[in-house]
Write a protein that binds this ligand. Structure first.
Ligand code: MG
Length: 343
């Protein structure tokens, strides 16, 4: 369960979802989660003003103390309301995922620049689809989905990708990363580490940030091995693993609950013993239901219909034989009780 957050308004930052790692919540104390991007690390000289973390020009990039890999990132920024400079010199900063590849932060509201250096570009890699910026001084909301490049034994398996929303408008759609980025140049594909800090750029402008949170994402299927697509062998192995977990769970249960878990396990692996036990369990269940005294059937309706659906499903997808006697018996029971759906 994830309790969703709330959306920001121009006046008020929204709330992060319940499972987010909050990197900046507007408090002075949150600065402790960041450090200057120097070696050895130093406390950052960026400042907190009116609930926003502000770049102090000349103080250098900052980075999170914690490291992240594949993630969803929410970050809001605002360029100075007082417009100064042009092109790359106006409200310039940047969001560097894993400290490696930049989604550009720039006041391009009415300020052209080269295409792959635009706000919302994967810098030096791909221009944004659209310019959906608010005016300078207003808050801009970035929502990013980041997948890092994956290499194995020096071979590229997955180039990684960036999806970016600018104020709710898609500006990057699974853009391949080609390694990092680079100033007016194509960067070569290169291995990334598994994790790295989030960095924010000091490009000489007092850009402000608020409401920064990240949600690490589950690994891609077959992460590190097969371009995100499972081989048939890996998929079979995974299904067998799931089936075993369900059977282990069933072993701790009794009666109807146990039977339903065993039947569920058949969807993942046609284990002969589990199938035999399921068939015997279904037959015993039908025999039991048939003993229900007159007038007691109505109370069993939910259970019977649930079993009918489960058995039909398992037969339709050949997890149980079509000739299973219990299937016809359950159908007859439903007919006799007048529970068939009206045509
Ligand atoms: Mg920048």
């Amino acid at each position: 369960m994830v309790t969703p957050g709330t959306f920001s308004t121009p006046q008020q930052p929204g709330k992060p979802p319940s499972d987010a790692v909050v990197l900046f919540d507007g408090s002075e104390a949150a600065l402790a989660k960041w450090e200057a991007d120097k070696s050895p690390a130093e406390p950052t000289r960026w400042v907190v003003k009116d609930g926003a973390m502000q770049c102090v020009p000349g103080s250098g990039y900052i980075r999170t103390k914690e490291s992240f890999g594949d993630c969803q990132l929410h970050i809001e920024w605002a360029a100075p309301a007082k417009v100064e400079g042009n092109s790359q010199g106006r409200g310039n900063s940047g969001v560097f995922l894993m400290g490696q590849t930049e989604v550009q932060v720039l006041d391009n509201f009415d300020n052209p620049t080269y295409a792959d250096g635009f706000a919302g570009s994967v810098y030096g890699v791909n221009p944004p689809y659209a310019n959906a910026l608010n005016k300078p001084g207003d808050w801009q909301v970035y929502d990013l989905i980041f997948r890092r490049p994956i290499y194995k034994d020096g071979k590229l398996l997955d180039s990684g990708r960036f999806t970016v929303m600018m104020n709710g408008v898609v500006v990057q759609d699974a853009t391949p990363l080609e390694g990092g980025g680079g100033h007016k140049g194509r960067s070569k594909e290169r291995p990334f580490p598994e994790k790295g800090p989030l960095k924010l750029q000091d490009h000489g402008n007092p850009v402000r940030y608020r409401n920064i949170w990240v949600r690490p994402l589950p690994p891609r299927a077959g992460d590190g091995g097969d371009m995100g697509v499972m081989s048939p062998e890996a998929a079979t192995a995974k299904k067998m693993e799931i089936a075993k977990r369900i059977r282990d769970d069933a072993a701790k249960l009794q009666g109807h609950a146990k039977l339903r878990r065993l039947m569920e396990s058949l969807c993942y692996e046609p284990d002969a013993a589990a199938r035999k036990e399921s068939e015997a369990g279904i037959a015993a269940w039908v025999a039991g239901i048939k003993q229900t005294p007159a007038g007691g059937m109505e109370a069993k309706k939910g259970e019977v219909m649930q079993m009918r659906d489960a058995v039909h499903y398992l037969v339709r997808f050949k997890f149980l034989p079509d000739a299973l006697p219990a299937k016809a018996e359950i159908d007859q029971l439903i007919k006799d009780s007048g529970w068939e759906p009206k045509k």
